[in-house]
Design a protein around this ligand. Sequence first.
Ligand code: FAD
Ligand code: DHB
Length: 393
Amino acid sequence: MRMRTAVGIVGAGPAGLMLSHLLHRRGIESVVVESRSRESIEATIRAGVLEQGTVDLMVETGIGERLRREGFVHHGTELRFGGRGHRINFYELTGGRVVTVYAQHEVLKDLIQARLNDGGRILFEHRATAIEDATGERPAIRLTGPDGRPETLECDFVAGCDGFHGIGRATIPEAARREYLRVYPFGWFGILAKAPPSSDELIYARHERGFALISTRSPEVQRMYFQCDPSDSVENWSDDRIWEELQARTEGQGFRLREGAIFQKGIVPMRSFVCETMRHGRLFLAGDAAHIVPPTGAKGLNLAVNDVFLLARAIGSHYATGSPELLDGYPAAALRRIWRAQHFSWWMTSMLHRFADASEFDDRRQLAELELITTSLPAATVLAQNYVGMPLG
Ligand code: FAD
Ligand code: DHB
């Protein structure tokens, strides 16, 4: 079977679905190809913090209604170290910018619903097996549908929005791309628990036993993480052991986490990764297909949204004016923000995690850095501005 569209998009994550949504608003047709089922995508727990720019884009493009109703606006965050909490006031330090806690799979539900309401096509349970003729005039995506039959999607452009393990990046010949990678010697153990919130704002805690993060999902469900061995297994962690570890890492000033039944556990590895370039002929990469950040700065989803904001504008400009200028400039434009977020995510990770080979000097230097961030206005402003993010584009 052969199909044809203007933009063939591989992957129905935040990057692929948002790109399809933004293209539709410019009157450009697309088809999204996704190997997983709708149910599986809408149930996968991942990121939770939306930058101001991501929220603004969702609201401005008509998909922000539930986000406005159910998202939690946070005006600041707490850095906890040495047994004390220190507040960073985003709102004051950035001239009124804030973040919103709203889970990634809720964003995906809103995007999928909007695409379907607008007559958009998402081919769930269709795996892209190859991208052909990326450097020609008529690239094509080869697919396998749920019945195992091969299909072909011909397009003007292909967007590789298929995450770190997808085929988009692998389609760019090795000689034409350069990859930068740092693997961290720890991972994050993440849980969801049925419990009331322990804090009005997120807590990023640095402790001798390692990093911990207290986040939220709703008044009834809390999201928490703690630094762990990336090769550890969730089976080694009983609920009691998890609570003991989280309590120890957030202790001080009489603070106690409110505990509850843990109903989801998982371990994610931590790496920093960038692929340059993000373009090969008519194939463009966006989101995790081109870059990964460690989650400490909450940038992964937001970077994916910035990429496709730029890409939709560039493709729109191509169809509207015939000019290749924005398409040619896409990798450089996207990479500026990507490297800013790479630095910020690495910095937050380095400042808050325990490294097994850290010397006593390293420990004291780390604490001195946290003291600086929480007592100097210019230093706190750097953190706040990076955390809430610059306007898109
Ligand atoms: P993805 O969301 O990965 O979407 C890619 C899609 O492409 C997937 O649905 C996949 O099924 C599909 N696909 C892949 N290959 C094919 C193919 N051949 N054919 C068809 N479809 C294909 N970030 C944070 O900021 N904070 C967090 O706490 C956090 N937690 C995370 C936890 C996990 C387990 C993971 C994996 C990531 C986490 N992230 C987090 C990062 C954040 O979720 C990502 O940056 C974000 O999902 C990137 O969106 P994306 O659309 O680029 O890629
Ligand atoms: C969440 C995830 C993050 O990576 C982060 O830095 C803050 C919050 C979350 O899942 O809520």
